[in-house]
Design a protein around this ligand. Structure first.
Ligand code: CP
Ligand code: NVA
Length: 317
C-alpha cells in the first residue's frame, strides 16, 4: 500500500504513516488540551467550546460500513467545536448506486469543508483524496483505522505516560487496526510485538516499512512470547466488517484470545485495550475486558477528544 504524503496543499488525515512525528504529537497534545478544557468546565455533552474554533466549518461523513463510536464522536466533535456535520449512509447516496468516487468527491467539495469516509476499499479513500479539494479523513478502511489508534495512544499516555519506548503487544488478527498500530510504532517510537497465526499476519510490506523506518516491530505466532514485558495488550474482533469466513476465523484465531492467563504474562501493571465492538469469549475473555486492567471506556471516550484534534489539524487550527 502506498504511503500517501499530503496531497495537494491541504491536510488529509489518511494514515498515521502519512504524518510527520511532529504532526502526530501535535494531534495528541491538542486532544489532551481539549479534553482537559471540556472536563474542567464539567460540560454537558451538547456544549459548544466558547471559542467555537470550527465555526462556519462543515464536515460530510460518509459511511459505507456500520459505526457507533466513529459516527457519534465525529458528529459531537463538530458540534462541540462550533461546526456542522452531515451524515451520509452509502446506501442513501448515489455513490451506493455507482456514482464514481471522483465525481462524489468533487461535488461534496463544493458543499462542505472536509469529508470523513468509512470505506470498504482503501483505494477509494485515496481516490477521494486525489479528487477532492477539501481535507479527507480516514474513518476506517479495509487497510487501516488511524483515528482509532490516535485515540489509543492518547489513552495509553493517560494511563502509562509517554508511549515512546513502551511495549505494546497485539494478539489476534493482523487486521486494519493492527496495521495502524504498525504505523504508530514508527511515529510514536514504541515497541510493537504482534502475535498472529501465519494466515492472519498483517501485510508484510507494512511491517517491513516500519522496520525500515527504525521501529521495533516484531511478528510471532506465539501470543505468550509477544506479551512478555508488555505495558499494554491489545486485540480486536476476529471477524471484521467485510470478512465472510467467520466460522473459519473463529476456529483459527481462538488460541489468540486475550484471557487472564495471557494478561498475567505481560507486565504486572499492563493495561488492556480494545477498539470495540468486542465479542466476549472470542477475542477476549469477559474477566479481562470487564476487569481492572481494562481501559476500554476511556479508550472509547477518547475517540471524541481525538476527533476534535484531528479536525483541528485538518483545518490548520
Ligand atoms: N472502534 C470503532 O471504530 O467503532 P465503530 O465501528 O462503532 O465506529
Ligand atoms: N477490525 C474491525 C474494526 C471495527 C472498529 C473492522 O474492520 O470491522
Amino acid at each position: 500500500m502506498a504511503h500517501a504524503k499530503l496531497l495537494k496543499d491541504h491536510r488529509h488525515f489518511l494514515d498515521i504513516s502519512s504524518l510527520t512525528p511532529e504532526d502526530a504529537r501535535e494531534i495528541i497534545e491538542t486532544a489532551k488540551t481539549l479534553k482537559k478544557a471540556a472536563k474542567k468546565q464539567n460540560q454537558s455533552k451538547g456544549f459548544v467550546h466558547p471559542d467555537a474554533p470550527l465555526k462556519n466549518k462543515a464536515l460530510a461523513m460518509i459511511f459505507e460500513k456500520s459505526s457507533t463510536r466513529t459516527r457519534v464522536s465525529f458528529e459531537m466533535a463538530m458540534h462541540q467545536l462550533g461546526g456542522k456535520s452531515v451524515v451520509l449512509q452509502n446506501h442513501d447516496m448515489q455513490l451506493g448506486r455507482g456514482e464514481s468516487v471522483s465525481d462524489t468527491a468533487q461535488v461534496l467539495s463544493g458543499f462542505v469543508d472536509a469529508i470523513m469516509l468509512r470505506a470498504n476499499s482503501h483505494a477509494d479513500l485515496l481516490e477521494m483524496a486525489e479528487c477532492s479539494s477539501v481535507p479527507i479523513i480516514n474513518a476506517l478502511t479495509d487497510f487501516s483505522h488511524p483515528c482509532q489508534i490516535m485515540a489509543d495512544v492518547l489513552t495509553f499516555e493517560e494511563h502509562k505516560g509517554n508511549i515512546a519506548g513502551k511495549k505494546i503487544a497485539w494478539s489476534g488478527d493482523g487486521n486494519n487496526v493492527a496495521i495502524s498500530w504498525i504505523h504508530a510504532a514508527v511515529l510514536f517510537d514504541c515497541e510493537l510485538s504482534l502475535a498472529c497465526p501465519s494466515d492472519y499476519s498483517p501485510i508484510a510490506q507494512e511491517i517491513q516499512w516500519a522496520q525500515n523506518n527504525g521501529a521495533k516491530v516484531t511478528l510471532t505466532e506465539d501470543p505468550n512470547a509477544a506479551v512478555i514485558y508488555a505495558d499494554c495488550v491489545i486485540t480486536d474482533t476476529f471477524v471484521s466488517m467485510g470478512d465472510d469466513d467467520a466460522d473459519q476465523r473463529l476456529k483459527d484465531l481462538s488460541p489468540y484470545m486475550v484471557d487472564g492467563d495471557l494478561m498475567d504474562k505481560a507486565d504486572k501493571e499492563a493495561i488492556f485495550m480494545h477498539c470495540l465492538p468486542a465479542h466476549r469469549g472470542e477475542e477476549v475473555s469477559a474477566d479481562v475486558i470487564d476487569g481492572p486492567k481494562s481501559v476500554i471506556w476511556d479508550e472509547a471516550e477518547n475517540r471524541l477528544h481525538i476527533q476534535k484534534a484531528i479536525l483541528m489539524w485538518c483545518f490548520g487550527k
